[in-house]
Design a protein around this ligand. Structure first.
Ligand SMILES: *Cc1c(COP(=O)(O)O)cnc(C)c1O
Ligand code: SF4
Length: 516
């Protein structure tokens, strides 16, 4: 039999160490240990042995050694071997109770605050569903909508809220707020679907749904220092934007189901609903056809899912017919603003195209509130038909600019079949929404706080857009000493040494099969 490992020897030493005047266990404590001991001996379970050792550690911490229970070191050594033999990976009792379980306890403290606050500070639309349902009943009645109206895309758009008067009948608006909205909507369009309006919670001053959908006076008061948005200098062909050699976007429409107050394309989006002609699409497709380097095409907008199904089917088929186009992306907020749009025909179109070449749907969800049972169902259905559903959130003041809100957002969307992809620092280009901007470092701290604390594939990349997307993560490589790098664990600040690959070895050409 192999020797006991260092952890177990240390644990045994500590359990039998005499500490000054030895305290005696009470009779019930003697009985407790006797019972645990007999279970550990008779059962073929690691858990029974763990329970005994954990209990003994507890007593030791109160100054009572194992010897006080009339247990001998030899008996515990035997149990230590037994533990190791039962465990599939031969984990030692010292490693398990002395190390692993302690590490778990320490790690737990990093998420305690989040777990206590997440459902209070950032409840999801699923958790608020009862209130949202009550809102829906009220809104439906006020707008004289039938169930069919409510459950259909045309019904939601036909009854969309475009004016302050309509809005004031549905949510609490102070007269001052209403007046301000009238002033701003002379310049900026407002349109809330009845569904999206039902996510607004009464009594919340800066409700995250209102902030994203209802324009406020700041939007015009801040104006005057506008930096022209990406337009002429990035559009090599009609409807096309291009920063990168192999990825281009087609701005397929300027329409959206809802107009966001923080829209990057605020200058182009929603001024007037326009369908683009097939000639315009044709020119975009010709451009893509003519450049064999282009392999990934993003169909954005506005919102790709406001296009009629027939148009989407045609556009995807055209892209699929171009040999060098290997993948497509569709940009849409519709699953959060009017999930009713995701009908069976649309799902079939997505699946058909995905069967030819991968389709990814890229969405924008900024707060856990936007995930309701209905939007979750929409994302579930989409994710069953395409290769990935990805989220690009915008870091927005008051909406998702805290650890609790951002962690909750990322976990909630992951549970709704959506993978966090990017978090954008809100752009400096548009003065209309400077009031939503969050300092770059705050965003970085929030994103870094996720490492080691939530699932790795729920952690987005943090990006600033400045003529292309620039990752904003702090480097965790603190320095180098000889062949070793000093790395920093983002969750604890602890530095660890990491031997780097041998550069000489790496630069040799004669490796593997090249050596024969
Ligand atoms: C965001 C964007 C892309 C895609 O960038 P990825 O990093 O591949 O997601 C491509 N072109 C334009 C113009 C974009 O804005
Ligand atoms: S959905 Fe996108 S394009 Fe449309 S208004 Fe919102 S941010 Fe702008």
């Amino acid at each position: 039999m192999s020797d006991l490992d260092r952890y177990t020897v240390e644990l045994l030493d500590s359990l039998f160490k005499q500490q000054g005047t030895e305290k005696r266990p009470k009779p019930n404590e003697l009985q407790e240990i006797a019972d645990l001991f007999s279970l550990a001996v008779t059962r073929e379970k690691t858990g029974s042995i763990v329970n005994l050792f954990r209990s003994l550690i507890g007593f030791r911490n109160r100054g009572i050694s194992a010897a006080a229970f009339d247990i001998t070191r030899e008996q515990l050594v035997e149990l230590a071997y037994k533990h190791q033999q039962i465990d599939e990976h031969m984990v030692s009792i010292g490693g398990r109770v002395g190390q692993a379980l302690q590490i778990v306890v320490r790690a737990d403290t990093r998420v305690e605050e989040y777990l206590a606050r997440k459902d209070v500070e950032a409840p999801s639309g699923i958790e608020l569903w009862d209130t949202i349902l009550a809102n829906q009943e009220r809104i439906k009645k006020k707008l004289a909508m039938t169930d069919d109206d409510w459950n259909s895309f045309p019904g939601q758009i036909r009854h969309a809220i475009n004016s302050v008067d309509e809005l004031a009948g549905l949510i609490d608006l102070s007269p001052a707020a209403a007046e301000d909205i009238i002033r701003v909507t002379q310049n900026y369009r407002m349109r809330l679907t009845p569904y999206y309006t039902s996510l607004i919670m009464a009594g919340e001053v800066n409700d995250p749904i209102m902030l994203q959908s209802i324009p406020t006076g700041e939007m015009v008061d801040n104006a005057g220092i506008e930096i022209p948005p990406v337009a002429a200098d990035h559009s090599p062909a009609r409807l096309v934007d291009q920063f990168y050699p192999r990825v281009v976007t087609i701005k397929s429409t300027n329409m959206c189901a809802m107009y966001c107050t923080h829209c990057l394309r605020i200058a182009h989006i929603g001024k007037k609903d326009k369908m683009f002609s097939k000639e315009a699409y044709g020119e975009a497709l010709d451009y893509i056809r003519s450049d064999k380097r282009i392999r990934d095409v993003l169909v954005t907008g506005g919102d790709a899912f406001v296009l009629p199904n027939s148009m989407l089917r045609w556009l995807l088929a055209e892209l699929d017919s171009i040999d060098h186009v290997k993948l497509k992306r569709l940009g849409t907020r519709v699953p959060v603003t009017v999930p009713m749009r995701i009908d069976e025909e649309l799902l079939n179109i997505l699946e058909e195209s995905n069967d030819r070449k991968p389709v990814r749907v890229v969405t924008q969800i900024n707060t856990a509130r936007e995930i309701t049972p209905v939007s979750r169902e929409a994302f579930k259905n989409i994710s069953g038909r395409v290769c990935a559903v990805l989220n690009q959130a915008v870091l927005l003041r008051g909406i998702n600019d805290s650890r609790v809100k951002m962690w909750k957002l990322c976990e909630t969307i992951q549970e709704a079949y959506v993978r966090p992809y990017y978090i954008f620092n809100c752009s400096y280009r548009n003065p209309q929404f400077v009031h939503f901007r969050v300092p770059v470092e705050r965003g970085r701290d929030i994103v870094e706080s996720m490492y080691g604390n939530i699932s790795g594939d729920a952690i987005p990349r943090y990006i600033a857009t400045a003529g292309g997307k620039i990752p904003m993560h702090r480097s965790n490589v603190m320095g180098r000493e000889g062949d070793e790098l000093i790395l920093r664990k983002p969750w604890s600040g602890e530095e660890v040494r990491y031997p780097d690959a041998d550069r000489k070895e790496y630069e040799r050409d004669d490796f593997s099969f090249a050596r024969y």
